[in-house]
Write a protein that binds this ligand. Structure first.
Ligand SMILES: C[S@@+](CC[C@H](N)C(=O)[O-])C[C@H]1O[C@@H](n2cnc3c(N)ncnc32)[C@H](O)[C@@H]1O
Length: 340
């Protein structure tokens, strides 16, 4: 759902960003990961049409618009209105060329249609959360900052992490932590959470997990996986990723490219499987002797293996450490190519 649309020049309607008082500790910028690799993938060009489904601070969008040059346009989506305000400031110099919409990327097809961004030349999804969201304790994403157990990208969405933690039955909570966090101590953690309810703050949860699981392995905080699991569940991250991929493909013109950066194996697996399936002419089960699926490949995979940051990038921007970039290129429509 759209709750606001701002041309890049309209930041003043929202007012200046608050960098005073309690927000002082919040990181005011986000360094885009794999910047050169994203530009290599999308090959921005003059008059090109692009969609950034995860605008964040607008870092990648700025690079794309700058590299594409005159006449190019970009539609930027973000579920978080604060991110949109920052990006609007950063992209202000591009004027009408940047159209920023407060929307979940699950609506990418609808938004692209509404703002005349179909067909487009390139789409970027840089999944997960930004440095600003992570370091703002009030958003509840981090076990290193105390704050409410929120974790919503979209603050108008009804369910917070606290709602899940305080209401789910123990078994469901354990399954959630196991499935989305790949946490082997999920049952023990879920039991402790249920006994300690109600939980209100990130510090309470992080301390509880540390108490019941002991020290983390390899310097990783023991609450890392549980926090990841809750964030994925609150924002339905895997479901919306599955929804957006076919929409993105549909929006691209033949030869247009889709670039997806993921930060954990659950996301990367969804992207990899989608690309592999769409690159095949038949998706019947292997044991079936005759093809009945009538499926035709819609894309070609550009990156056989995911692109990962160099050591130099990881040193400069440690947040890029687990990034994986996969790129695919839209094929011409089967019917157009083969029947006329
Ligand atoms: C990693 S940051 C993007 C950073 C951006 N590429 C940059 O260079 O500044 C991810 C952003 O995507 C947003 N986001 C995550 N899931 C989303 C979704 N399903 N729909 C829309 N925005 C989403 C988050 O709010 C966050 O601002």
């Amino acid at each position: 759902m759209i709750s606001a649309i701002w041309g890049a020049e309209a930041l003043n309607r929202k007012g200046n960003l608050n960098t005073q008082g309690p927000f002082l500790r919040v990181m005011t910028t986000h360094t885009p990961v794999l910047p050169g690799e994203v530009l290599d993938a999308l090959q921005p060009r003059p008059a090109g049409v692009y969609i950034d489904g995860t605008l964040g601070a607008g870092g990648h969008s700025q690079l794309i618009l700058h590299a594409a040059g005159s006449g190019s346009r970009l539609l930027g989506l973000d579920a978080d209105p604060d991110a949109l305000a920052r990006a609007a400031e950063r992209l202000a110099s591009f004027g009408e060329r940047a159209v920023l919409v407060n929307s979940n990327f699950a609506n990418l097809g609808e938004m692209a249609q509404e703002y005349s961004f179909i067909p487009c030349d390139g789409i970027l999804l840089d999944l997960g959360l930004s440095s600003m969201q992570l370091t703002d304790g009030e958003r509840g994403f981090s076990f290193q900052q105390d704050g409410p157990l929120d974790m919503r990208f979209d603050p108008t969405q009804p369910e917070t992490a606290a709602d899940l933690l305080n209401n789910l039955p123990e078994q469901e909570l354990a399954n959630l932590i196991y499935t989305y966090g790949e946490e082997h101590q999920s049952r023990r953690i879920a039991r402790a959470i249920v006994q300690a309810r109600p939980l209100r703050t990130t510090r309470q949860l992080a301390d509880l997990i540390a108490r019941v699981t002991g020290r983390g392995r390899q310097g990783i905080h023991p609450a890392t996986r549980t926090f990841q699991a809750l964030r994925i569940a609150v924002n339905e991250e895997l479901q919306v990723l599955e929804q957006v991929l076919p929409q993105a493909l549909h929006c691209l013109k033949p030869g247009g490219r889709l670039a997806v950066i993921s930060f954990h194996s659950l996301e990367d697996r969804i992207v990899k499987n989608f690309f592999q399936q769409e690159a095949r002419d038949c998706i019947c089960p292997p044991e079936q002797p005759i093809c009945t699926c009538d499926h035709h490949s819609t894309l070609t995979i550009v990156t056989r293996r995911p692109i990962q940051p160099t050591d130099e990038e990881v040193n400069r921007n440690p947040r890029s450490r687990s990034a994986k970039l996969r790129v695919a290129e839209r094929l011409p429509d089967y019917l157009e190519t083969n029947l006329g």
